[in-house]
Design a protein around this ligand. Sequence first.
Ligand SMILES: Nc1ncnc2c1ncn2[C@@H]1O[C@H](COP(=O)(O)OP(=O)(O)OP(=O)(O)O)[C@@H](O)[C@H]1O
Ligand SMILES: [Mg+2]
Length: 263
Amino acid sequence: MLKVDSVSKTFFPHTVNERRALVDVDLQLQEGDFVTVIGSNGAGKSTLLNTVAGRIHQDEGVVSLDGVDVSRLKEHQRAAKVGRVFQDPMAGTAPNLSIEENLSLADRRGRPRGLSRGVTRAKRERFAEALKQLELGLEDRLKTKVGLLSGGQRQALSLLMATYSDPRVLLLDEHTAALDPQRAELVTRLTRSVVQDKGLTTLMVTHNMVQALEVGNRLIMMHEGRIILDVGAAKKAQMTSQDLLAEFGKLKGAVVDDKTLLQ
Ligand SMILES: Nc1ncnc2c1ncn2[C@@H]1O[C@H](COP(=O)(O)OP(=O)(O)OP(=O)(O)O)[C@@H](O)[C@H]1O
Ligand SMILES: [Mg+2]
């Protein structure tokens, strides 16, 4: 359903600042796969998500969604199919708009402009219903400006917005990293339930190894622009974060030309 085929991306090529962010990356996700992505700083995790979203265009290779090559489509042309939540709670919502106006934007995503701009009563009820599931009481604050919400509340709302129009792929880039442990826990719980309820195909970047092992049905590890480890559900269920660190130590030392599969 999502296919990343021999994708490479080099920033500032042929200069002293050259950065090979992705090197011949192959990744295939089945419908409903929930894949956690780990790797050190600069490993290429965000670049991988950015090439799927169309924010960055790869130099080589193909990205396809539902069997359609979307490599040439710009980010806004993929927006109906791709939902995203970023690390920064400020990034996913519009602070000067109210909760219901933000949800209205999410509701209209990927649809023609001009249709049903206002927030009707029926819509308001649907928004309230969806907000209830967050268990933050936001359903009673539909007219509140989003800028007044806490980071955790905004991130929960960002998640709801990113998934509201049933994207084909959900991309989460360290979306719990800026939150305190309790809020991070809440957003992780919400993530699991929305992904499960909607059966969303998901890529989730995290630096939290425990979270990477607990969440999802598959784990990949990146290093220097390559996927160096790809672990399926059965193996993942048995691994500890110590095992992951040990694997990382083993793998990153070697020159890894091929994906190492441990499924
Ligand atoms: N827009 C950009 N312009 C130039 N270089 C970039 C850009 N985005 C990423 N890079 C470089 O590409 C490499 C991979 O970066 P990327 O952001 O994908 O890493 P990451 O795995 O997400 O790291 P982190 O864990 O720190 O978020 C790094 O060397 C980075 O400096
Ligand atoms: Mg990153």
